[in-house]
Ligand binder design. Structure first.
Ligand code: F6P
Length: 533
């Protein structure tokens, strides 16, 4: 079905929307609401009860998933069928965290052995760097890892590495460079020595403009230190990529090249060789725990009935908010400083996957698709945009993410953190009866709480895989391709033309705004060059 709005469940949901009681009233009328609308997995309590979903709406949402063919779409996804229709390939990131003895097939071939072959090579390399057995060209131990990548080759590893910082090897620091802006790499290199730095060029395609520019500058930096000795590149550079030929041409030795397959999408790639920086920093064991956590979520997603299925429920409630309540944005607030990059990671995961306007059948979608995703860690976010969440004219549902216990937190800090989280969710939902207009909190603002027993590598894996599958379910119901990203291509191609025009010092044919700005930049750059001469 290409037009989801024609499904019977959709139409019934549309009717149910008009009869949705206020959240406060739902709690008053049903003392069992929390028990009924929360899902428990080992180590995780997910509370959906503060969302405007009645028993009837939940039932209809599950029916919507059934009528939209979610069961069959999930089967095809795990079976390695070409669910990425425009690029004609599977999206089989679940194979990256499958235990060695399991079987997951892409193109009729079991891909799990090749996944474990690379994982084993990554482990040996990570151990060597951590132990000091792997050293720089001048014999020094590595002290700094610089991951050069962007998008999925940056955000997933950066999130995971920071989240696992308690486990970092004490000698090692990790830096993430993504932006084409010269200052991004320069600010990192300024503090490092080429003799003790290992660069990981993380790029699925090994052609991404920002990444390749930064990688070449980093290589020049190393080579100028070692007086052009190309041997130094094989000691100071490793690559995670699907493009073996380009990695070789860059000068990276075959034993430092960690491959993965093209059925791994960029934003789903942290589990692959793209996660090498995380594995080196937190250690192979922690990395395996992260894979195991994700694998547990895969098994849950694959087998649990829809109404008790965490990714399915998170997705369905998101659809209720987006398509029936009209909420265009979704906030994600981790109550944990080490999950600082979770919102950015989820922004790419969700918005690059489901920011689509055509169905898989090639027709314009009949309804809104992926929301705007935004967030910052709590409690910081409380002092930034919670005013808007509580009293603004728009409503954005919030996902609160926290852990009861962590390696980092001392009890008083942890209590304050969790008390704030609970208070915010309660205040958003309850509001207050304040009569002074400016102090009035209307309440009836939805939230979901994902509360882990503990933040560790395993729960981090569960969390990231939970959102991956949520995004899959929503894409399946809207019938969009969640695994391509054609929307980023046009700007990339146009930037290349503009760069050439800047180099030539001649503005080509553009709209008057672009041409005016380009002419201004060319003139200013010329003045600077003249001044410098
Ligand atoms: O933003 C577009 C994109 O293709 C992402 O999907 C991807 O994660 C990123 O660029 C980086 O691509 P690569 O890993 O090939 O350098």
């Amino acid at each position: 079905m290409d037009d989801v709005t024609q499904l019977a469940a959709w139409q019934a949901l549309d009717a149910a929307r008009r009869a949705t009681p206020a959240l406060k009233d739902m709690f008053r009328d049903d003392p069992e609401r929390f028990a009924k609308f929360s899902v428990r997995l080992p180590g995780l309590l997910a509370d959906f009860s503060k969302n405007p979903v009645t028993d009837e709406v939940r039932h209809l949402l599950v029916r919507l998933a059934e009528e939209a063919g979610l069961d069959e779409k999930r089967r095809a996804f795990f079976a390695g069928e070409n669910v990425n229709s425009t690029e004609d390939r599977p999206a089989l990131h679940m194979a990256l965290r499958a235990p060695a003895q399991s079987v997951l097939k892409a193109g009729g071939q079991n891909v799990v052995p090749e996944v474990h072959q690379t994982l084993n090579r990554m482990r040996s390399f990570a151990e060597a760097v951590r132990s000091g057995a792997w050293h720089g060209h001048g014999g020094q131990e590595i002290t700094d890892i610089v991951n050069i990548g962007i998008g999925g080759s940056h955000l997933g590893p950066q999130l995971a590495t920071e989240a696992l910082s308690f486990y970092h090897h004490p000698r090692l620091s990790c830096h993430y460079v993504s932006n084409a802006d010269a200052s991004d790499l320069a600010r990192v290199l300024a503090r490092l020595s080429p003799e003790s730095t290992l660069f990981i060029v993380a790029s699925k395609t090994f052609t991404t403009a920002e990444t390749m520019l930064n990688a070449h500058i980093a290589r020049d930096w190393v080579l100028s230190h070692y007086k052009g000795d190309m041997e130094a590149v094989s000691r100071h550079f490793a690559a995670a990529s699907t493009n073996g030929a380009a990695v070789r041409d860059f000068g990276i030795a075959a034993h430092n090249m960690f491959p993965f397959a093209d059925w791994v999408g960029g934003r789903y790639s942290v589990w692959s060789a793209i996660g090498l920086s995380t594995m080196i920093m937190a250690g192979p064991e922690r990395f395996s725990d992260m894979l195991a956590g994700a694998n547990e979520m895969d098994a849950h997603f694959r087998t649990a009935p829809f109404e008790a299925n965490l990714p399915v429920m998170l997705a369905l409630i998101g659809i209720w908010h987006r398509n029936f309540m009209g909420y265009a944005a979704q906030a994600v607030i981790p109550y944990h400083a080490v999950l600082r990059r979770l919102p950015a990671y989820l922004q790419q995961l969700d918005m690059e996957s489901n920011g689509k306007s055509v169905t898989k059948g090639g027709h314009p979608v009949a309804t809104a698709t992926g929301p705007l995703v935004f967030g910052e860690p709590g409690t910081d976010a409380q002092h930034v945009f919670f005013q808007w969440l509580h009293q603004g004219t728009d409503i954005a549902p919030v996902d609160f993410v926290a852990a009861v216990d962590t390696e980092f937190e001392t009890p008083p800090q942890q209590k304050m953190l969790l008390a704030n989280l609970l208070a915010q969710a309660e205040a958003l939902m309850e509001g207050n009866g304040e009569t002074a207009a400016h102090k009035h909190h209307p309440g009836n603002r939805p939230s979901t709480i994902l509360l882990f027993d503990r933040l560790d590598a395993q729960s981090l894996g569960m969390l990231m895989a939970l959102y991956e599958h949520k995004v899959f379910v929503q894409g399946a119901i809207w019938n969009v391709n969640s695994f391509d990203q054609w929307g980023v291509n046009l700007g990339k191609a146009m930037a290349k033309t503009l760069e050439l025009e800047m180099e030539a010092g001649v503005a080509g044919p553009h709209d008057s705004s672009t041409r005016g700005l380009l002419t201004h930049i060319i003139a200013k750059t010329g003045e600077r060059l003249q001044e410098a001469a």
